[in-house]
Write a protein that binds this ligand. Structure first.
Ligand code: ADP
Ligand code: MG
Length: 449
């Protein structure tokens, strides 16, 4: 029965994760057992378990639930004999296994998602400040708090951090954290078992309600209806509500107007895409954490910078890359240097390889600074041309595989040392000049799109 569920979940995953990832990571997973919300899956190696756990657990949990298995945790076992990894410590696996269960059966909280482990930078400082404020548990000043932003930017992390903090500061308060699909799932379950009154009573009795990824209830009529009632009841009772979504309330398709306008009545803050400094900060903090689990692994500084440059999509991918590097370096007993990175992360790097050309970079940079292409590559040394030129060289170096001499040739036949100087200059400026840093981030995003 549950094996069959796993089969269906696998089929659905095949559609969402992509053919290659499916073949490598999902297909080899077997189903062992299910008990008390924990689905036990088997994997051929501990490394794989580790990798799947940090990269696909959300997707797997989601599909299991969609296929009728009320799982809220995953546990990975290495098949044939050995019940659990002994050779490789699993830093990312541990928090999930040890996650405390919440009151009133919310989704389990990840014990690693605290304010302590959240790295604050310009792109997320507002969201972080708002979350901190709510976590103090004082008077309800803005209701709801609506956090939105792209995938992997830290929405769930912040919500869990609020819940952890509240549990410490005000243990008597009832905090309920639910993903929107859990909300929907529980609701449907309640209807089936004719327990909707209990469900409503449970929802209405909480002091703080958090619903993660609310965009998932858009278009689900009866769930929206229930959500709306809960929402109103709690707001009028002055109970704090915290909601996250992948976009602003007004932009969620198929969400009822009255819900949209209700959501807009509180404080709305967005998490911006990460910038280089934030990514580097996160990597440094994670590397320190992993270092405790893998004391034998040495990681070179230039590796973290390289990753922060090359993997700009989302923090989850960044973390996955680091986990993989540590596990791999530990296995083969080598230091983590750029060579190991190339060997171990070929796929990840290829995926975030934007395959942009130098011509494209030049065009986008010219648009941005309102210059002519001929001035960008021409001989003039005016600051108004030289700075954008250096920016374009920097992008060419960090976003393409071209060598310095090749880049020099595309910039009016300049010498490779000129390119090197330009790249260095921009790297330095980024640290001290936020305008340049913002420009770069914007250009990078335009080029990636
Ligand atoms: P979202 O819910 O927005 O999709 P998550 O909160 O699940 O993203 O974050 C994805 C991963 O990235 C998590 O492991 C989280 O701990 C990590 N992460 C995101 N932002 C930060 C940050 N600012 N500092 C530390 N870790 C972060
Ligand atoms: Mg999330």
């Amino acid at each position: 029965m549950t094996k069959q569920t796993w089969g269906m979940a696998q089929e659905a995953l095949a559609q969402t994760v992509g053919q290659n990832s499916y073949k490598t990571w999902i297909e080899p997973i077997g189903f062992a057992s299910f008990d008390d919300g924990v689905a036990v899956l088997t994997v051929p190696t501990a490394f794989m378990g580790n990798y799947v756990q940090s990269n696909y657990s959300d997707a797997i949990l989601y599909q299991l639930n969609m296929n009728g298995l009320q799982a809220d945790r995953l546990n990975f076992q290495v098949s044939h004999g050995a019940p659990r990894a002994t050779s490789v410590p699993t830093p990312t696996a541990r928090p999930v296994a040890a996650a405390p269960k919440m009151d009133m059966q919310g989704n389990p909280l990840n014990s690693q998602f605290t304010f302590d482990t959240f790295v604050v930078g310009k792109p997320n400082e507002l969201a972080h400040a708002a979350a901190r404020r709510v976590a103090e548990g004082g008077d309800v000043t803005f209701n709801p708090l609506f956090l939105y932003g792209g995938v992997g930017l830290g929405k769930t992390h912040l919500m869990h951090a609020i819940a952890h903090e509240l549990q410490i500061r005000q243990p008597e308060k009832r905090v309920l954290y639910l993903s929107a699909d859990q909300f929907m799932y529980r609701f449907i379950q309640a209807i089936r078992s004719r327990k909707t009154m209990d469900f409503k009573a449970m929802l209405h009795s909480v002091d703080i309600l958090m619903i993660d990824d609310v965009q998932f209830i858009a278009g689900k009529d009866s769930t929206q209806e229930e959500f709306f009632h809960t929402f109103n009841a709690l707001i009028s009772a002055n109970k704090q509500i915290i909601i996250s979504a992948d976009r602003a309330p007004g932009e969620i398709k198929d969400l009822e107007e009255r819900i949209k306008s209700r959501l807009q009545s509180g404080l709305i803050v967005d998490l911006h895409p990460t910038n280089f400094e934030l990514r580097l900060g996160i990597l440094q903090s994670k590397a320190e954490m992993y270092g405790a689990s893998y004391p034998d692994v040495k990681i070179n500084d230039d590796v973290l910078e390289f990753l922060a440059h090359r993997i700009s999509k989302n923090v989850r991918v960044l973390e996955g890359a680091l986990t993989r590097l540590f596990a791999f370096a530990h296995l083969v007993g080598r230091p983590v240097d750029l060579e190991l990175v190339q060997e171990c992360l070929t796929d990840t790097l290829r995926e975030s390889d934007r395959k942009v050309s130098i011509e494209e970079i030049q065009r986008v940079v010219c648009d941005h600074y309102n210059l002519r292409q001929s001035d960008l590559v021409g001989p003039k040394r005016l600051r108004a041309f030289a700075r954008p030129r250096q920016v374009a060289m920097f992008l060419a170096k960090t976003m393409t595989q071209r060598s310095l001499p090749e880049i020099g040739r595309k910039f009016g036949g300049r010498d490779h040392t000129t390119v090197m100087h330009g790249v260095k200059k921009i790297t330095e400026l980024c640290q001290i000049d936020s305008d340049i840093a913002d420009d770069l981030e914007m250009l990078r995003r335009t080029l990636e799109a």
